[in-house]
Design a protein around this ligand. Structure first.
Ligand code: AMP
Length: 451
């Protein structure tokens, strides 16, 4: 089905053509007509499916059809969990609305930066407001914005907003909205908490689920390199250099770990920058824009900071450490293989993480191919770790690393036993396969990081 059949206005179709989109993605085919008709929506949207255009295009269409009053009250409110996602959604909305006449005004507000310039920008009124919940409430409390004329509310990545402890803020914001309005909720997963939130919020919602829950994009090739924990940094450097990766997003489980890895990469002339909740908003923005522009080769990120990051054609994502929650694995690898492009998701898995790897496989419903790189093979038993270098003073609400589990080590010994037997005949292979999992093409607080 072409975009022209969806009922969007010509200025929006021109913007779609400018963006280079030729056909609507599966979620867009379902979401756009439903939103145009004014329905409430409960959408299970895989990351990278084009959900932003899915809700932004029809909302802009509806907004531009109605005459607006001169004081421009907020008519579309989009809530996102993180600053980066807010900024990205704001950019997309402006891009899609570029040919509308009269122009609609879009503003983005999030925490971690001065509030005054945001208050100034809101003064002349805005049509579409993209916000993180905490900062929006601060602005409401300072009378910088009113929400009593909101016609459509979007909760983007609602599961993550709840994970980040925004439930009270969201409820407060909802209490400030007019009773009669359209509600769109997008979430990668549906927990009990999400179900509770939707009760009373959504009225006869249309339910849309384009990909089975907890699956990764089919175009993402997934590999787990088994290695010693102590060798992860060297293995990563080796992979970047030998494969000549020019743009790679690396996930660490702690902010401190992200800093250490970034320093190490920079020391050996691999230009890297870190993005996490202890970084100033300025540093986060410049790291991300440097990465997008190709000046920064490696972006090292924690889960929350990286939420929603969208870089066109991002080819490689590395899990330097597996995430604490398996659902985060799906989010992480969703940074690559976006909108049908090919991508590779590589996990560096040490002895203590084999249990987590199995949990991920259980969630995504497929085996991840295990390999070892010659020179960086995992020992049969986890080698002792060197003493930790001194840490800077602990920040409040920092993310703790996963505790090693003894059981995983014994699992690992089994695997390595097999691998050692296997590799005798193939000692010259650059890459050794450890088990014969199918090529896995298919699968499945922190307000300091948000806003
Ligand atoms: P999202 O899931 O909204 O973060 O979008 C993921 C990426 O897909 C973004 O880079 C969009 O620009 C891109 N995109 C959205 N819709 C389409 C489409 N119909 N065709 C090609 N790319 C798209």
């Amino acid at each position: 089905m072409p975009f022209t059949k969806l009922g969007l206005s010509d200025p929006l179709l021109r913007a779609i053509a400018d963006a280079g989109y030729t056909t609507p993605s599966p979620i867009q085919q379902q979401v756009i007509p439903a939103v145009l008709q004014g329905h409430d929506l409960l959408a299970a949207a895989q990351t990278g499916t084009g959900k932003t255009a899915g809700f932004a295009l029809p909302l802009l269409h509806r907004l531009s059809q109605k005459h607006f009053s001169s004081n421009r009250p907020v008519r579309v409110l989009i809530l996102t969990p993180t600053r980066e996602l807010a900024a990205q959604v704001g950019e997309s909305v402006s891009q899609y609305g570029a040919h509308l006449h009269p122009r609609l005004k879009t503003e983005v507000v999030f925490g971690g930066v001065k509030i005054n310039p945001q208050m100034m920008r809101l003064r002349g009124g805005v049509d579409v407001l993209v916000a993180t919940p905490g900062r929006l409430l601060d602005l409401v409390n300072q009378n910088a914005v009113k929400l009593d004329k909101v016609e459509s509310l979007v909760l983007d990545e609602a599961d993550r907003m709840l994970d980040m402890g925004f439930i009270r803020d969201i409820k407060k914001i909802i209490s400030l909205l007019p009773r009669k309005r359209q509600n769109l909720l997008f979430s990668a997963t549906f927990s009990e908490e999400i179900r509770k939130l939707t009760t009373g919020l959504l009225i006869n919602p249309i339910k849309i689920e384009v990909a089975p829950r907890n699956t990764a994009a089919e175009t993402v090739e997934q590999i787990a390199y088994l290695c010693n924990k102590t060798q992860k940094a060297d293995l990563l450097c080796h992979l970047i250099k030998s494969n000549q990766w020019s743009q790679v997003l690396v996930f660490t489980s702690t902010k401190h770990g992200a800093n250490r890895l970034t320093e190490k990469l920079n020391k050996i002339d691999i230009k890297a920058a870190a993005i996490h909740g202890n970084k100033s908003q300025g540093a986060r923005t410049s790291a991300l824009s440097g990465f997008k522009a190709g000046q920064v080769r490696v972006l090292v990120a924690t889960d929350v900071a990286a939420r929603g990051i969208d870089i066109a054609l991002l080819p490689y994502v590395v899990n330097y450490e597996l995430p604490r929650s398996s659902a985060d694995y799906v989010h992480r690898i969703g940074r690559t293989g976006r909108a049908g492009e090919e991508g590779q998701a590589i996990s560096l898995v040490s002895h203590d993480e084999l249990g987590s790897l199995k949990q991920v496989e259980k969630l995504i419903g497929t085996a991840i191919r295990r390999e070892q790189i010659v020179g960086f093979e995992a020992d049969a038993v986890a080698p002792p770790l060197p003493p930790e270098p001194p840490r800077p003073p602990r920040q409040p609400r920092s993310i703790r690393a996963v505790k090693p589990q003894a059981k995983q080590v014994s699992n690992y010994e089994e695997n390595v036993g097999k691998a050692n037997g296997h590799s005798k005949n193939r000692s010259n292979d650059k890459v050794r396969s450890v088990n014969s999992g199918n090529k896995a093409k298919k699968s499945g607080n922190r307000r300091s990081e948000g806003g």
